[in-house]
Design a binder for this molecule. Structure first.
Ligand SMILES: NC(=O)c1ccc[n+]([C@@H]2O[C@H](COP(=O)([O-])OP(=O)(O)OC[C@H]3O[C@@H](n4cnc5c(N)ncnc54)[C@H](O)[C@@H]3O)[C@@H](O)[C@H]2O)c1
Length: 434
């Protein structure tokens, strides 16, 4: 049976390397579509959880994972020898920036080496991790071809960006259109055939992996630049005593040519703060400076400090200073209703507050505890006593489960950077917005 026949008849054994926010939902969808899935991860704790049917990713339905594990449709392992059993492998490992803000492709390289050692004829490899254009062909392909096997003939290689938006109720892995670009036409066709059998969404093909890699960078740079722009608008609106949130709402009534973005304490997550800088790095090899991305990064990076500066002004107007103040931070996750804290701007807000000798207390219903800069933080219960005892409360994540009316009723000062208090009385003297 050829690989294409195995894909079409769902007889292909499907591997997913990296069982995180991207990999686990993808593994579950592939298993739900009828493929037998083997998930690979370096972390034994994740592997054990999957095998026990214990879900740890918000976008995965617990009962789905339990049922698939029970049926033997999905299993996880730390044993990379089992890649040999796979007909297709999706690579969903992290692509962070190093401490010099340069791409760290070590996870992609290491997992590619793991696959290369077990590469066999008629195998499809798809990279899903976000990266700069050229990674699939310039970094992965040479490692895979060291096996002596030839791409397009012996095995197939493609890039397909993952677009999952953790916490999104409407769009999940299953119904989000997918872009696919293979090294050869055959590579694209095999990857397309697989995704078409798994997803209920369009599979759009592009000429090569580079176009697919750049598509993801374009999408996230677009978001970064627009978020930076709206933050700049928020700063100038504040100076002019104009309510930015009302302006955005009004502009959104235009049925064409406008798309709302919202200001906040900065940007977070594994994507928008990182992906555009993969392009910035790669562009330098072409003597090109990604001016828009650099500028947008400067603006969004400055937002946590701006929030603390604004809070300082608000306290000052109330005859208080930051030094020695008790500040309750509402939300440390990078966006509402999830527990993901990666690159969360709230962490930077904490740093700036503590640098200015404020005492920071946290409440986040999704994050009971966390460590940052070797210090442990615990979420305090959101009681009337706690709120009343604070000099100010700052909303940094707009979790929908928090009773903001209760907070506003009891806080001396409430600084809302997420506009979650929009429906509250405008004449509240203790309420301030970004
Ligand atoms: N999280 C998102 O919202 C999102 C959305 C779209 C794209 N992406 C991209 O997808 C990729 C993965 O992101 P994520 O959020 O799922 O990361 P994650 O950290 O949640 O998961 C990655 C997993 O890979 C495992 N891993 C690392 N090296 C490995 C190796 N050599 N072999 C096997 N497993 C290995 C880690 O242990 C971890 O469990 C990144 O490139 C990211 O930019 C993420």
């Amino acid at each position: 049976m050829t690989l294409m026949e195995k894909i079409l008849s769902k007889k292909a054994e499907v591997g997913v390397v990296g069982l995180g926010y991207v990999g686990l939902p993808l593994a579950v969808e592939k298993a739900k579509a009828g493929y037998k899935v083997i998930g690979f991860d370096l972390q034994k704790s994740k592997v054990d959880m999957v095998n026990a049917g214990h879900n740890y990713i918000g976008d995965v339905v617990n009962e789905d994972l339990q049922a698939l594990v029970k049926e033997g449709k999905i299993q996880a392992t730390t044993d990379f020898e089992r890649i040999m059993e796979c007909d297709t492998v999706a690579v969903c490992v992290p692509t962070p920036l190093d401490k010099f803000k340069q791409p760290d492709l070590s996870y992609v390289i290491n997992s590619t080496k793991d696959i290369a050692k077990r590469l066999h004829k008629d195998m499809l490899i798809v990279l899903e991790s976000t990266t700069y254009p050229g990674t699939t062909e310039e970094v992965m392909l040479p490692i895979l071809e060291e096996s002596g096997l030839k791409v397009g003939k012996d095995f197939y290689l493609a890039f397909s960006p993952e677009r999952v938006d953790p916490g999104n109720i409407k769009f999940k892995t299953k119904n989000t259109p997918k872009v696919v670009g293979g090294v050869t036409k055959e590579c694209t066709e095999h990857a397309k055939a697989l995704y078409e059998r798994v997803l209920q969404a369009q599979v759009f093909t592009v000429t090569s992996p580079k176009e697919a890699e750049m598509t993801k960078i374009l999408e996230n740079s677009f978001r970064l630049i627009n978020i930076a722009f709206i933050n700049e608008m928020a700063i100038i609106c504040n100076k002019m005593n104009i309510n930015i949130w009302e302006v955005i709402q009004a502009a959104s009534t235009k049925p064409f040519g406008f798309m709302p973005f919202y200001p906040g304490p900065g940007i977070g997550g594994h994507c928008i703060p990182l992906d555009p800088f993969y392009l910035q790095y790669k562009a330098r090899a072409y003597d090109f400076h990604t001016t828009m991305i650099d500028l947008a990064g400067d603006i969004t990076d400055s937002m946590p400090e701006y929030v603390v500066e604004r809070l300082s002004e608000i306290l000052n107007d109330n005859k208080k200073c930051l030094n020695g103040s008790r500040i309750l931070l509402l939300g440390v996750a990078y966006k509402n209703d999830i527990d993901d804290m990666r690159e969360s701007p709230a962490l930077k807000v904490i740093e700036h507050l503590e640098k200015r000798h404020a005492q920071v207390i946290i409440h986040d219903p999704f994050v009971p505890e966390f460590s940052h800069n070797n210090k442990k933080y615990y979420s305090s219960p959101l009681t009337k006593d706690l709120i009343e005892n604070m000099d100010a409360v700052v909303i940094t994540t707009g979790h929908t489960t928090v009773d903001y009316g209760f907070v506003a009723d009891n806080a001396k000062i409430l600084f809302d950077t997420k506009n979650v208090t929009k429906n509250m009385r405008t004449d509240r003297k203790n309420l301030f917005i970004l």
